[in-house]
Design a protein around this ligand. Structure first.
Ligand code: GLC
Length: 419
C-alpha cells in the first residue's frame, strides 16, 4: 500500500475519531468543542466520503447563530474541563447553546458553494443565515463602511498570536483575570503556544466585552483592540462572491451582496503597505500598518484582488529562499519569526489551501502547485498535526488535527501524487 493511501486512511480515521455526531472537534483535549472555521473545513473533508455528514456539520454551526447574525467562534455543545476559557468566562448570556462572544473568518459561503457543486444547493434557510452573518460583519466590524473588516480580539482573526497583534495588544493593561488557569499547556509544548502575557490580554479583552454585554456598537467604539485584518477581509470578500453565486442559483436577490463586494474591493488597497511591499493589517486605533507581511498577505488573489500580483509573487519567492516549506504564517526574515510558536511561523494547511486556490485562479499555477505539493510533503513526512515547522517540516501543536486531515482528503493528496 502506498504512503498516500495510508495517509488517506489515517485522515478518515481522524475525522471519525473527532466526530461528535453533528460536529467535529478540532482535536481531542486541546480543543474539545465546535470551532467555527475548523468545522467548515471539516465539512470539506467529510464531503469527500459522506456528503450528508458534511451538511450536518454546517447546520449545527448555524444552529448557534446569534439573533444579531453573528456566528460564534466556539460552540460549547457539552461540558469539558480540558479547555479554558469556558462559558463562565465568556458570559454571553446565551445557553442554548452556550458560545463564545466573537466570530471567526467566514468561510461558510465558499464551502457551501463547493458542496453545492458536489451535491445540491443549500436550503434557503441556510443561505439566508449566511447572508445575515455577512451583514453582521459589515455592520458590527466595519461600522464606518470603509471596506475593511476589523477584529475585536486576536482570536477573531483565527491567527491568535500573530506578531501583528503585539503592538495593539500592548495598550491593554494585563488582565483583571490574571490568576486564570490555562489548560492548553496541559496538552502541548509551551514553546508552541502563545505566551502568558498574551493570554492575560486575551482574557482582559473577553472580560471587557462581557462587561458591556457583547454590545457591538460599544465594542466598535471602545475596544482597545480594533485592527483591520487582510486575512479576514479576503475571506469575507471571496465568501461574498460565493454567496452571490448561491443566491443567483437559488433565485434570491443579490443586490445587497453586490454592494458589499464593491465596498470590500475598493477598501482592500488600504491594507497595502508600500514600505513592506505587502498587504498588512491596519491598527484602526492609530492608523498604523503592521511592519511585516504574513501568510494572509498572499490571500489577495483568493479574494479576486490582483493589484500587486507581481510584488506578491516576488515576495513568495523571497520567502521560499528562507524556508524549505511554504507558506510560513509570518515573514521568515523578520526578527519576530518563530518557526514553532503557533502563528508566528508555522505552516497551516488550510491557509495554504486558500492561497493556492487564489494563485491557481490568477494563472500562477506553478506556485499554486508548489503550495499543494509542499503541504502533501509535510503531511507525508509528519502526519496530521495542527501545523508544521516551515524549516524542518516537523509537526507543531496538537496531534490528529481535523482540518489537516480534511485538507489532505479534499486537496493536498490529489494528483499528481505526493512523493
Ligand atoms: C486556534 C487557532 C484557530 C482555530 C482554533 C481551533 O485558536 O488559532 O484558528 O480555529 O485553534 O483549532
Amino acid at each position: 500500500m502506498s504512503a498516500a493511501t495510508d495517509r488517506t486512511r489515517e485522515a478518515k480515521t481522524i475525522l471519525l475519531e473527532n466526530d461528535r455526531g453533528t460536529y467535529t472537534v478540532p482535536t481531542e483535549g486541546l480543543y474539545p468543542f465546535q470551532w467555527n472555521w475548523d468545522s467548515l473545513f471539516a465539512a470539506l473533508g467529510w464531503a469527500q466520503f459522506d456528503l450528508p455528514r458534511a451538511w450536518a456539520e454546517i447546520h449545527s454551526l448555524f444552529d448557534a447563530q446569534w439573533p444579531s447574525g453573528m456566528v460564534p467562534h466556539i460552540v460549547f455543545w457539552s461540558d469539558s474541563s480540558s479547555y479554558f476559557p469556558g462559558p463562565e468566562i465568556w458570559r454571553t448570556g446565551r445557553n442554548a447553546p452556550a458560545s463564545s462572544g466573537i466570530s471567526q473568518p467566514p468561510v461558510a459561503a465558499t464551502i457551501v458553494k463547493l458542496l453545492s457543486e458536489m451535491d445540491h444547493l443549500p436550503s434557503l434557510s441556510l443561505y439566508r443565515s449566511i447572508e445575515r452573518w455577512h451583514q453582521w460583519w459589515h455592520r458590527a466590524r466595519d461600522p464606518e463602511g470603509r471596506g475593511i473588516i476589523a477584529i475585536s480580539h486576536p482570536w477573531e482573526s483565527g491567527r491568535d498570536n500573530l506578531p501583528d497583534w503585539d503592538q495593539p495588544l500592548s495598550r491593554i493593561a494585563s488582565s483583571s483575570n490574571g490568576h486564570h488557569q490555562r489548560r492548553d499547556l496541559d496538552h502541548v509544548n509551551p514553546d508552541m503556544r502563545p505566551l502568558q502575557a498574551d493570554y492575560d490580554r486575551y482574557l482582559a479583552l473577553v472580560d471587557q466585552a462581557a462587561t458591556v454585554g457583547w454590545d457591538d456598537t460599544v465594542i466598535a467604539q471602545q475596544s482597545p483592540f480594533w485592527v483591520a485584518d487582510p486575512g479576514l477581509s479576503a475571506v469575507l470578500l471571496r465568501a461574498e462572491r460565493d454567496l452571490i453565486w448561491l443566491g443567483t442559483a437559488l433565485g434570491e436577490p443579490t443586490d445587497a451582496a453586490q454592494i458589499r463586494v464593491a465596498r470590500l474591493e475598493s477598501g482592500f488597497e488600504q491594507f497595502w503597505n508600500d514600505k513592506v511591499g505587502a498587504y498588512c493589517s491596519l491598527d484602526l486605533r492609530n492608523g498604523q500598518h503592521a511592519e511585516a507581511g504574513t501568510s494572509a498577505s498572499f490571500l489577495a488573489p483568493y479574494a479576486g484582488i490582483v493589484n500587486h500580483t507581481e510584488q506578491l509573487l516576488n515576495e513568495l519567492e523571497a520567502w521560499s529562499q528562507t524556508c524549505e516549506f511554504l507558506v510560513p504564517s509570518f515573514d521568515p526574515r523578520h526578527p519576530h519569526f518563530e518557526p514553532l510558536r503557533y502563528w508566528r511561523g508555522p505552516v497551516w494547511c488550510m491557509v495554504n489551501y486558500m492561497i493556492s486556490t487564489g494563485l491557481n485562479e490568477i494563472g500562477a499555477t506553478q506556485w499554486a502547485e508548489r503550495l499543494r505539493t509542499d503541504t502533501a510533503k509535510l503531511i507525508t513526512k509528519s502526519g496530521m498535526p495542527e501545523s508544521f515547522n516551515p524549516i524542518t517540516g516537523g509537526p507543531v501543536g496538537g496531534q490528529d488535527f481535523t482540518w489537516t486531515a480534511a485538507l489532505w482528503l479534499a486537496w493536498a493528496s490529489h494528483q499528481p501524487c505526493p512523493m
